[in-house]
Design a protein around this ligand. Structure first.
Ligand code: ATP
Ligand code: MG
Length: 257
Protein backbone atom coordinates (compact mmCIF):
# COMPACT_ATOMS: atom_id res chain seq x y z
CA UNK A 1 0.00 0.00 0.00
CA UNK A 2 1.17 3.51 -0.76
CA UNK A 3 2.22 5.46 2.31
CA UNK A 4 1.51 8.76 0.55
CA UNK A 5 -1.37 9.26 -1.80
CA UNK A 6 -2.14 12.45 -3.70
CA UNK A 7 -5.30 12.66 -5.75
CA UNK A 8 -7.27 15.20 -7.71
CA UNK A 9 -5.07 18.15 -6.78
CA UNK A 10 -5.83 21.52 -8.37
CA UNK A 11 -3.83 24.68 -7.77
CA UNK A 12 -3.85 28.04 -9.48
CA UNK A 13 -2.00 31.27 -8.78
CA UNK A 14 -4.15 34.23 -9.71
CA UNK A 15 -5.83 33.07 -12.91
CA UNK A 16 -2.97 30.76 -13.78
CA UNK A 17 -3.90 27.07 -13.44
CA UNK A 18 -0.67 25.32 -12.46
CA UNK A 19 -1.86 21.89 -11.32
CA UNK A 20 -4.88 20.21 -12.85
CA UNK A 21 -6.27 17.01 -11.35
CA UNK A 22 -2.83 15.70 -10.36
CA UNK A 23 -2.47 12.40 -8.56
CA UNK A 24 0.54 10.35 -7.52
CA UNK A 25 1.62 7.84 -4.91
CA UNK A 26 4.78 6.99 -3.01
CA UNK A 27 5.70 3.69 -1.41
CA UNK A 28 8.15 2.79 1.31
CA UNK A 29 11.40 1.41 -0.11
CA UNK A 30 10.83 3.05 -3.49
CA UNK A 31 12.05 6.12 -5.35
CA UNK A 32 9.27 7.85 -7.26
CA UNK A 33 10.49 10.61 -9.55
CA UNK A 34 8.52 13.61 -10.62
CA UNK A 35 9.80 15.12 -13.84
CA UNK A 36 8.66 17.76 -16.28
CA UNK A 37 9.75 21.03 -17.87
CA UNK A 38 10.41 24.26 -15.98
CA UNK A 39 7.19 25.68 -14.61
CA UNK A 40 5.40 22.30 -14.85
CA UNK A 41 4.29 22.54 -11.23
CA UNK A 42 6.71 20.06 -9.62
CA UNK A 43 7.84 22.29 -6.75
CA UNK A 44 4.27 23.46 -6.29
CA UNK A 45 3.19 19.86 -5.78
CA UNK A 46 5.98 19.23 -3.25
CA UNK A 47 4.95 22.43 -1.46
CA UNK A 48 1.39 21.17 -1.24
CA UNK A 49 2.45 17.73 0.05
CA UNK A 50 4.66 19.33 2.72
CA UNK A 51 2.13 21.95 3.80
CA UNK A 52 3.91 25.04 2.46
CA UNK A 53 1.06 25.68 0.02
CA UNK A 54 -2.62 24.81 0.17
CA UNK A 55 -4.22 23.06 -2.80
CA UNK A 56 -7.41 24.61 -4.13
CA UNK A 57 -8.92 21.14 -4.00
CA UNK A 58 -7.85 17.52 -3.87
CA UNK A 59 -6.61 15.06 -1.28
CA UNK A 60 -3.23 14.29 0.28
CA UNK A 61 -3.25 11.17 2.44
CA UNK A 62 -0.42 9.96 4.63
CA UNK A 63 -0.88 6.43 6.01
CA UNK A 64 -4.49 6.72 4.91
CA UNK A 65 -5.06 9.93 6.87
CA UNK A 66 -6.05 13.17 5.18
CA UNK A 67 -3.38 15.83 5.73
CA UNK A 68 -4.24 18.39 3.02
CA UNK A 69 -4.26 21.82 4.63
CA UNK A 70 -1.92 20.86 7.48
CA UNK A 71 0.76 23.47 8.19
CA UNK A 72 4.37 22.38 7.51
CA UNK A 73 5.20 21.34 11.08
CA UNK A 74 2.21 19.01 11.18
CA UNK A 75 3.16 17.46 7.84
CA UNK A 76 6.64 16.94 9.27
CA UNK A 77 5.16 15.35 12.38
CA UNK A 78 3.10 13.09 10.12
CA UNK A 79 6.41 11.87 8.66
CA UNK A 80 7.08 14.08 5.63
CA UNK A 81 10.50 15.72 5.36
CA UNK A 82 11.71 17.83 2.45
CA UNK A 83 14.63 19.63 0.92
CA UNK A 84 14.30 22.89 -0.96
CA UNK A 85 15.78 23.87 -4.30
CA UNK A 86 18.28 25.90 -2.24
CA UNK A 87 20.17 24.20 0.55
CA UNK A 88 18.68 24.79 4.00
CA UNK A 89 21.02 24.10 6.88
CA UNK A 90 21.40 25.99 10.14
CA UNK A 91 24.47 28.10 9.30
CA UNK A 92 25.67 28.93 12.84
CA UNK A 93 25.55 25.36 14.10
CA UNK A 94 28.17 22.69 13.64
CA UNK A 95 27.57 19.88 11.19
CA UNK A 96 26.93 17.46 14.04
CA UNK A 97 24.48 19.75 15.86
CA UNK A 98 22.60 20.32 12.62
CA UNK A 99 21.91 16.61 12.51
CA UNK A 100 21.29 16.14 16.25
CA UNK A 101 18.53 18.77 16.39
CA UNK A 102 16.72 17.19 13.47
CA UNK A 103 15.72 14.13 15.50
CA UNK A 104 12.61 14.34 17.63
CA UNK A 105 13.01 14.09 21.41
CA UNK A 106 12.82 10.49 22.52
CA UNK A 107 10.43 10.93 25.41
CA UNK A 108 7.77 13.35 26.50
CA UNK A 109 9.27 13.50 29.99
CA UNK A 110 12.38 15.47 29.06
CA UNK A 111 11.89 18.19 31.68
CA UNK A 112 11.11 15.71 34.40
CA UNK A 113 14.21 13.71 33.57
CA UNK A 114 16.41 16.79 33.32
CA UNK A 115 15.46 17.70 36.90
CA UNK A 116 15.22 14.32 38.58
CA UNK A 117 17.13 11.85 36.41
CA UNK A 118 19.84 13.85 34.64
CA UNK A 119 21.84 10.66 33.90
CA UNK A 120 18.97 9.51 31.66
CA UNK A 121 19.17 12.75 29.71
CA UNK A 122 22.94 12.46 29.43
CA UNK A 123 22.71 8.90 28.13
CA UNK A 124 20.04 9.90 25.64
CA UNK A 125 22.15 12.82 24.48
CA UNK A 126 25.16 10.54 23.91
CA UNK A 127 22.97 8.15 21.97
CA UNK A 128 21.55 10.91 19.78
CA UNK A 129 25.02 12.28 19.04
CA UNK A 130 26.31 8.81 18.14
CA UNK A 131 23.40 8.27 15.81
CA UNK A 132 23.87 11.66 14.18
CA UNK A 133 27.60 10.94 13.77
CA UNK A 134 26.77 7.63 12.08
CA UNK A 135 24.63 9.46 9.53
CA UNK A 136 27.45 11.92 8.83
CA UNK A 137 29.82 8.97 8.41
CA UNK A 138 27.48 7.18 6.02
CA UNK A 139 27.57 10.28 3.82
CA UNK A 140 31.37 10.65 4.17
CA UNK A 141 31.19 14.00 5.90
CA UNK A 142 32.08 13.00 9.45
CA UNK A 143 35.18 15.18 9.17
CA UNK A 144 32.80 18.18 9.07
CA UNK A 145 31.08 17.31 12.35
CA UNK A 146 32.80 20.12 14.26
CA UNK A 147 32.77 22.73 11.47
CA UNK A 148 30.16 25.44 11.35
CA UNK A 149 27.89 24.45 8.52
CA UNK A 150 28.19 27.88 6.90
CA UNK A 151 31.85 27.01 6.26
CA UNK A 152 30.90 23.92 4.23
CA UNK A 153 30.78 23.86 0.45
CA UNK A 154 27.39 23.90 -1.22
CA UNK A 155 27.67 20.20 -2.03
CA UNK A 156 28.62 19.36 1.56
CA UNK A 157 25.65 21.38 2.82
CA UNK A 158 23.40 19.30 0.57
CA UNK A 159 24.83 16.13 2.11
CA UNK A 160 24.33 17.60 5.57
CA UNK A 161 20.72 18.34 4.70
CA UNK A 162 20.36 14.73 3.65
CA UNK A 163 21.88 13.53 6.95
CA UNK A 164 19.31 15.68 8.78
CA UNK A 165 16.50 13.96 6.90
CA UNK A 166 17.82 10.47 7.57
CA UNK A 167 18.07 11.34 11.24
CA UNK A 168 14.59 12.85 11.43
CA UNK A 169 12.79 9.49 11.22
CA UNK A 170 10.50 10.88 8.55
CA UNK A 171 9.12 8.16 6.30
CA UNK A 172 8.61 10.25 3.19
CA UNK A 173 11.47 12.27 1.71
CA UNK A 174 10.69 15.02 -0.78
CA UNK A 175 13.84 15.99 -2.68
CA UNK A 176 13.59 19.07 -4.90
CA UNK A 177 16.45 19.02 -7.41
CA UNK A 178 19.12 17.67 -5.04
CA UNK A 179 21.71 17.58 -7.85
CA UNK A 180 21.30 21.24 -8.85
CA UNK A 181 24.48 23.25 -8.38
CA UNK A 182 26.43 20.25 -7.19
CA UNK A 183 29.88 19.37 -8.53
CA UNK A 184 29.49 16.68 -11.24
CA UNK A 185 31.85 14.39 -9.31
CA UNK A 186 29.32 14.23 -6.47
CA UNK A 187 26.34 13.22 -8.62
CA UNK A 188 27.04 9.51 -8.58
CA UNK A 189 27.54 9.45 -4.81
CA UNK A 190 24.38 11.44 -4.20
CA UNK A 191 22.44 9.13 -6.53
CA UNK A 192 23.62 6.15 -4.47
CA UNK A 193 22.48 7.90 -1.29
CA UNK A 194 19.05 8.55 -2.73
CA UNK A 195 18.79 4.91 -3.72
CA UNK A 196 20.01 3.83 -0.27
CA UNK A 197 17.44 6.05 1.47
CA UNK A 198 14.79 3.88 -0.17
CA UNK A 199 16.47 0.47 -0.29
CA UNK A 200 18.44 0.48 2.98
CA UNK A 201 16.53 2.94 5.14
CA UNK A 202 13.13 1.95 3.74
CA UNK A 203 12.00 5.52 3.02
CA UNK A 204 9.48 6.55 0.41
CA UNK A 205 11.44 9.01 -1.72
CA UNK A 206 9.87 11.51 -4.10
CA UNK A 207 12.57 12.96 -6.32
CA UNK A 208 12.22 16.05 -8.51
CA UNK A 209 15.20 16.10 -10.84
CA UNK A 210 16.08 17.49 -14.28
CA UNK A 211 18.97 15.08 -14.86
CA UNK A 212 17.11 12.33 -16.75
CA UNK A 213 19.98 9.87 -16.55
CA UNK A 214 19.91 10.10 -12.76
CA UNK A 215 16.13 9.76 -12.78
CA UNK A 216 16.14 6.68 -14.98
CA UNK A 217 18.95 5.12 -12.91
CA UNK A 218 17.53 5.57 -9.42
CA UNK A 219 13.76 5.46 -9.84
CA UNK A 220 11.31 2.63 -9.37
CA UNK A 221 8.54 4.72 -10.86
CA UNK A 222 8.42 7.93 -12.88
CA UNK A 223 5.60 10.47 -13.12
CA UNK A 224 5.83 13.08 -15.89
CA UNK A 225 3.89 16.26 -15.19
CA UNK A 226 3.15 19.36 -17.15
CA UNK A 227 0.27 20.90 -15.25
CA UNK A 228 -1.33 17.46 -15.35
CA UNK A 229 0.14 13.96 -15.34
CA UNK A 230 1.26 13.31 -18.93
CA UNK A 231 2.56 9.76 -18.57
CA UNK A 232 3.72 7.54 -15.71
CA UNK A 233 5.21 4.11 -15.18
CA UNK A 234 8.47 2.26 -14.56
CA UNK A 235 11.50 4.16 -15.95
CA UNK A 236 12.15 1.60 -18.69
CA UNK A 237 8.68 2.25 -20.08
CA UNK A 238 8.48 6.01 -19.59
CA UNK A 239 11.90 6.40 -21.23
CA UNK A 240 10.56 4.93 -24.47
CA UNK A 241 7.20 6.73 -24.39
CA UNK A 242 6.83 9.51 -26.94
CA UNK A 243 4.75 11.50 -24.43
CA UNK A 244 7.94 12.01 -22.39
CA UNK A 245 9.55 14.05 -25.16
CA UNK A 246 6.34 15.88 -26.03
CA UNK A 247 5.96 16.98 -22.40
CA UNK A 248 9.24 18.86 -22.71
CA UNK A 249 8.52 20.43 -26.13
CA UNK A 250 7.89 24.14 -26.28
CA UNK A 251 9.59 24.81 -22.96
CA UNK A 252 12.92 26.52 -22.44
CA UNK A 253 14.77 23.96 -20.39
CA UNK A 254 17.65 24.53 -18.03
CA UNK A 255 18.26 20.81 -17.82
CA UNK A 256 21.97 21.37 -18.37
CA UNK A 257 22.40 23.20 -15.07
N1 ATP B 1 3.90 31.44 -5.02
C1 ATP B 1 3.61 31.56 -6.33
N2 ATP B 1 2.89 32.61 -6.78
C2 ATP B 1 2.59 32.73 -8.08
N3 ATP B 1 2.98 31.86 -9.04
C3 ATP B 1 3.71 30.81 -8.64
C4 ATP B 1 4.07 30.61 -7.28
N4 ATP B 1 4.79 29.45 -7.20
C5 ATP B 1 4.88 28.98 -8.45
N5 ATP B 1 4.24 29.78 -9.33
C6 ATP B 1 4.09 29.54 -10.77
O1 ATP B 1 3.58 28.25 -10.93
C7 ATP B 1 4.18 27.59 -12.05
C8 ATP B 1 4.80 26.30 -11.59
O2 ATP B 1 5.94 26.58 -10.79
P1 ATP B 1 6.80 25.46 -10.09
O3 ATP B 1 7.83 26.16 -9.29
O4 ATP B 1 5.92 24.52 -9.37
O5 ATP B 1 7.44 24.72 -11.34
P2 ATP B 1 8.57 23.60 -11.38
O6 ATP B 1 8.00 22.46 -12.14
O7 ATP B 1 9.08 23.33 -10.02
O8 ATP B 1 9.69 24.30 -12.28
P3 ATP B 1 11.30 24.22 -12.18
O9 ATP B 1 11.68 22.96 -12.89
O10 ATP B 1 11.74 25.41 -12.95
O11 ATP B 1 11.70 24.26 -10.75
C9 ATP B 1 5.17 28.58 -12.64
O12 ATP B 1 4.54 29.24 -13.71
C10 ATP B 1 5.42 29.54 -11.50
O13 ATP B 1 5.73 30.82 -12.00
MG1 MG C 1 10.88 23.60 -9.10
Amino acid sequence: MAILEVSGVYKSFGGNLVLENVGMQAELGQVTSLIGPNGAGKSTLLNIISGFLKADSGAVRMNGREIAGYPPFKCFKAGIARTFQDSQVLPYMTGLDNVVVSSPGQRGEMEHNALFRPWVVAAEERERRAEAMAHLASLDIESKAASLSQALSYGQQKLLEFARMLNSRAQVFLLDEPMAGIHPDLIEGLSKMIRAAATEHGKAVILVEHNLKVVMDVSDYVVVVRGEVVVEGPPSEVEKDERLASAFLGFVSNAAT
